[in-house]
Design a protein around this ligand. Structure first.
Ligand code: S3P
Length: 458
């Protein structure tokens, strides 16, 4: 699929976004382990979440979908059954890494694979703590010596054995690794503790607590902080595998995905005269760095109807177009905005001054090398942008002009380029945009409904 985008007039509207992808994965997995049926409302229909649903079905869990409402018939903590086939995680790193944690404590083996992109993503980071717990994972060699790549085999535990709890300090602020260790901790003897230096998103912890699992957060020393709402008054999460027995299903409402809303909010900030409200977005402080970045760039984000849904903070967010100023995004703020760096780079092309994004080398091992790809593709649109080892330096405001560019198979790159194209002269073509469906299948329609001149063609 290819997108054609032209410079657009003011964007106006009030809309919702699909459910949060990260929360949807966790809702499915934990609902599968519960006793009884869980109704999950606001489920994201993106392909990544479909992969998790399909993997759970293959292990004997009944997952029935009907739009954004999903019913999961839990099989209980020890009820998963071996899958007949390889579990295909597609493009979804979160599916693969969380399933590694879930599977290494089972009494059966499983095979996991993914598409070409996922086969290039590092898996040692998740295998390493899981092996310390007694899990056994095998994989293929790949780009980095010593790392581990899909296809993976997670060997089952010998009969009568259990995983051992660990006290683990996360070497990278990765919520996928943290989530995998906490899931494995459900099946371990003793208390598994994950300590973190940076603010990895805490959806697994929150959902475990919401479901009444023995999850405890322990306070840490306040450490300065890198943005509003940070640091939280805790620095570690503990799951007591000894006390984790059967638990009852509870209805789960998934908040709107702030990482999808970010593209609409950024579009509204960029296109003169725009005013857009996105209803029901997750505003979890471990995820909401983009709101701080917008504020620092001079964009007022108004929050309304603040509430809590299934343990996650939610709000309506309204943004109007503004004259953008430059900013620096670094440290904890980068972690809290990690998936939004592509759209922040697009915003920065129009800010009056030099914007720097630092401490973002994790972006080199996402769905694409997002630093290299954003620098290269925004340059095609006329941006002045320099790639740094751990980030980007963008000098604005640049006069953007329509060009042919490419997503490199990465959904967030495709969407960030489409938004930048709204303020470029003439027409921009974004090739290889199919992957938008992994997280936000309705993106083109949503932007179109706001008044953007955007269409997709096969
Ligand atoms: C995610 C964690 C983050 C994020 C990804 C989703 C999750 O990845 O970038 O899009 O749902 O746990 P890392 O764990 O690699 O930081």
């Amino acid at each position: 699929m290819r997108l054609r985008v032209r410079r657009s007039g003011p964007l106006r509207g009030d809309l919702g976004v699909p459910g949060d992808k990260s929360v949807s994965h966790r809702a499915l997995i934990l609902a599968a382990l519960a006793d009884g049926e869980t109704v999950v409302d606001g489920f994201s229909g993106g392909e990544d979440n479909q992969r998790t649903a399909a993997a759970l079905r293959a292990m004997g869990v009944d997952v029935a979908e009907g739009g954004d409402r999903v019913r999961v018939r839990g099989v209980g903590l020890h009820g998963l059954r071996p899958a007949a086939d390889v579990l295909d995680c597609g493009n979804s790193g979160t599916t693969m890494r969380l399933l590694c944690g879930l599977l290494c404590g089972q009494g059966f083996a499983a095979r996991l694979d993914g598409d070409e992109t996922l086969r290039r993503r590092p898996m040692r980071r998740v295998a390493e703590p899981l092996e310390r717990m007694g899990g056994r994972l095998r994989g293929a060699p790949g780009a980095r010596p010593g790392d581990l790549y899909a296809p993976l085999v997670v060997d089952g535990l010998a009969p009568g054995t259990r995983l051992a709890a660990i006290d683990y300090a996360l070497p990278v602020a990765s919520a996928q690794v943290k989530g995998a260790v906490l899931l494995a901790g459900l099946f371990a003897r003793g208390v598994t503790r994950v300590r973190e230096r940076g603010p990895a998103r805490d959806h697994t912890d929150r959902m475990m607590a919401y479901l009444g699992l023995p999850l405890r957060r322990t306070p840490g020393a306040p450490s300065g902080g890198g943005g509003q709402g940070w640091p939280p008054p805790w620095a570690a999460a503990e799951i007591d595998g000894g006390a984790a027995g059967r638990f009852a299903a509870r209805p789960i409402t998934v908040p709107g995905d702030l990482s999808s809303a970010a593209f609409l909010l950024a579009a509204a900030a960029l296109v003169p005269g725009s005013r857009v409200r996105v209803r029901g977005c997750g505003v979890n402080p471990t995820r909401s760095g983009i709101l701080d970045v917008l504020a620092r760039m001079g964009v007022a984000v108004a929050r309304g109807a603040e509430r809590d849904e299934s343990g996650e903070p939610v709000a309506d967010l309204a943004v109007a177009a503004a004259d953008l100023g430059p900013t620096t995004v670094a440290g904890d703020l980068t972690v809290r905005a990690i998936d939004e760096v592509p759209i922040i780079a697009a915003l920065a092309t129009r800010a009056a001054g030099v914007t720097e994004i630092r401490d973002a080398s994790e972006l080199r091992v996402k769905e694409s090398d997002r630093l290299a790809v954003m620098a290269g593709e925004l340059r095609r649109l006329g941006a002045e942008i320099e790639e740094l080892p751990d980030g980007l330096r963008v000098a604005g405001p640049a006069r953007l002009r329509g060009a042919a560019c490419r997503s490199h198979g990465d959904h967030r790159i495709a969407m960030a380029l489409a938004v930048a194209a709204l303020v470029a002269e003439g027409e921009t073509v974004v090739e290889e945009a199919d992957n938008i469906a992994t997280s936000y299948p309705g993106f083109v329609d949503a932007l179109g409904a706001l008044g953007a001149d955007i269409r997709s063609e096969p």
